[in-house]
Design a protein around this ligand. Structure first.
Ligand code: ATP
Ligand code: MG
Length: 575
């Protein structure tokens, strides 16, 4: 019997919501128990860099959860650290979320919208003798905090009276002290086995201009003092973050339970997405940009959402990947191949086909009349008729790829060899009759003959195994192709030994630029971000920044099978 029910008002089938991960189960139980009528989640990035693939996972989890249960998601910038933040990052983050296919509800929110309220709550805690101003230096605070095996010890300033604390905190607020001179700390428990509860910092002095509040504040709340209360102000029902915050949850709850907040949301954690050969830390990605190891945040080798976008990944492929890797609490490393699999899956179905010769080798078809032209029509997709056809002319002189001819091929070689035959995709079978070389012995041209009876198909009884791609010399377009390899050589660049920087693991061959490639003429209409399967070469995307109609640039998104196929070092095109 089917589980679905009939909605008699519309006669439409209403599918029951099937929880597929532990967060779905939690929300379902809360809704069933009547704890909430509607769920509200939030995505709260710190605007200190561009988002990466790990954030895409978090976006999919938060927006996906709300969508599944007809709830809403807020976008809130966690902007408590003005020295590291920038409007450029805010704009890029908004763009990335939209590009991924999600929309936040209501206006963009900022933790800084709540600075007045947070300040009042800090006073509330001081008045309840649950917070104090500490004059210890940063190093001393650290030293007094103890370690996992050693309890902390109380600061000599811990027992200041409420009156004194109000006095010092007001002076901190008034800008009387330099950065780092004093902090406001929660008075919890310096013996706690959970280091986060050893009198955590609530406010620090920082004389920095803030992108939202300008010069209004010279003290800023810590992430821990901001995050839960912002959730409470916004009515977030399920505050979802990654596992490293699990040990912060008691603190999240301590603040909420100690303050007159409008509601007490609950924090849930899931494991971070870790991808091999990939960096997922804004701070480290920023180093790659600042030290010019890459050409900006959207360099197609970067694991940023804007880098993946420029490379040619589709939003659907990233969303599907995030779904595929699952949402759970066990730490693990996902193989980068899964992300590539996901984009191949999408593009195999949706990308039109085209031919592009990366290393052109001139072929003259000696028995093809000089003034003859065959006007061919090739399907844009082998299984999707609605993508239409592309026009291509077959003429006496064409280009094939330099790699598709070998004078002394190994056994089983299926491409062109002296006196061997091969089919040109969508047209004739040709035979290699003569090899022309320059004075250095380099092959510069092939003289071939074609079989007029083989247009489009083999006559009965004739088999030709190999099929290669080609373009007509007369109408092909000149273009640049950029091939990418992984940016890091180490499968685990973030966790190399402490003495070795992740920068040492950079792959010096991660980008190969090939100029002078020749593409079929239909590609002259390609627009930035159009994606294609170049037959036998992989999936490609028109570069969003550098490509011009007169000089197109194609980024290889992914090879047809696996991107570890290391090609020979770049050989100059021969024309
Ligand atoms: P980074 O170290 O790159 O700055 P972060 O966690 O400090 O990462 P935030 O801007 O604070 O970055 O993150 C916004 C949200 O994205 C947080 O809820 C965080 O848990 C989540 N997030 C960040 N990295 C990952 C990841 N690799 N996998 C899943 N979620 C992530
Ligand atoms: Mg952070």
């Amino acid at each position: 019997m089917s589980n679905s029910t009939i909605d008699h008002t519309s006669n439409a089938k209403v599918e029951p919501i099937i929880p597929i991960n532990f967060l779905h189960q939690i929300v379902q139980l809360d809704l069933n128990a009547g704890k909430y009528k509607h769920i509200v989640t939030r995505f709260s990035p710190e605007p200190n860099g561009y988002l990466h693939i790990g954030h895409a996972k978090s976006i999919c989890v938060n927006f996906g959860l709300a969508k599944k249960f007809s709830g809403i998601t807020h976008l809130r910038f966690d902007d408590t650290n003005p020295a590291q933040e920038d409007q450029e990052y805010i704009d890029a983050i908004k763009n990335d979320i939209k590009w991924l296919g999600f929309n936040w509800t209501g206006k963009v929110r900022y933790a800084s919208n709540y600075f007045n309220q947070l300040f009042d709550w800090a006073i509330e805690l001081i008045k309840a003798d649950k917070a104090y101003v500490d004059d210890l230096s940063q190093e001393q605070v650290k030293e007094y905090r103890g370690t996992l095996t050693k309890p902390g010890k109380n600061s000599p300033f811990r027992d200041r009276s409420v009156k004194e604390n109000l006095h010092w905190f007001a002076r901190m607020r008034a800008g009387e002290f330099p950065d780092g001179a004093r902090v406001l700390r929660a008075k919890i428990d310096m013996d706690s086995p959970n280091i986060n509860l050893r009198d955590p910092i609530m406010y620090r002095i920082c004389h920095a201009y803030h992108h939202q509040t300008g010069d209004k504040w010279c003290i800023y709340p810590s992430y821990d003092f901001t995050h839960g209360q912002s959730d409470a102000i916004e009515g977030i029902t399920h505050s979802i973050c990654t596992l490293e915050f699990e040990s912060h949850r008691p603190l999240y709850e301590w603040f909420l339970n100690s303050l007159s907040v409008p509601m007490r949301p609950r924090q849930y954690e899931f494991s971070r997405l870790n991808l091999n050969y990939t960096i997922t830390s804004k701070r480290k990605l920023k180093q790659l940009v600042d030290k010019k190891h890459v050409h900006g945040w959207d360099d197609p080798r970067m694991s940023t959402i804007s880098g993946l976008r420029r490379r040619g990944y589709t939003p659907a492929s990233i969303r599907n990947f995030c779904e595929m890797v699952g949402t759970n609490c066990s730490a693990g490393v996902v193989d980068f191949g899964m992300l590539e699999f996901s984009v191949r899956q999408d593009l195999n179905v949706n990308a039109p086909r085209a031919m592009c010769v990366l290393r052109p080798l001139r072929v003259v078809i000696t028995n093809y009349p000089k003034d003859k032209v065959d006007n061919l029509e090739l399907p844009c997709h082998p299984h999707k008729e609605k993508l239409g056809v592309r026009k291509l002319t077959f003429v006496r002189e064409i280009y094939i790829d330099y790699d598709d001819f070998m004078e002394k091929p190994p056994k089983g070689y299926k491409r062109l060899e002296p006196n061997g035959e091969v089919r040109l995709r969508g047209s004739y079978v040709i035979r290699a009759d003569e090899v022309i070389k320059d004075i250095n012995g380099n092959i510069v041209e092939l003289r071939c003959s074609y079989d007029p009876a083989t247009l489009g198909q083999n006559p009965k009884g004739r088999t030709v195994k190999g099929v290669i791609h080609w373009v007509p010399i007369t109408t092909c377009i000149d273009c640049e192709v950029r091939l990418y390899d992984r940016l890091f050589r180490s499968p685990n660049p973030e966790r190399t030994e402490s003495s070795v920087s992740f920068l040492d693991s950079i792959n010096p061959y991660s980008l190969q630029v090939i100029k002078g490639c020749r593409a079929e003429p239909s590609l002259s209409n390609a627009k930035p971000e159009d994606r294609f399967q170049f037959e036998r070469e992989g999936y490609f995307c028109v570069d969003i920044k550098d490509s011009k109609q007169s000089a197109p640039v194609f980024n290889r998104i992914v090879a047809l099978r696996d991107s570890w196929t290391h090609r020979d070092p770049l050989r100059k095109p021969l024309c």
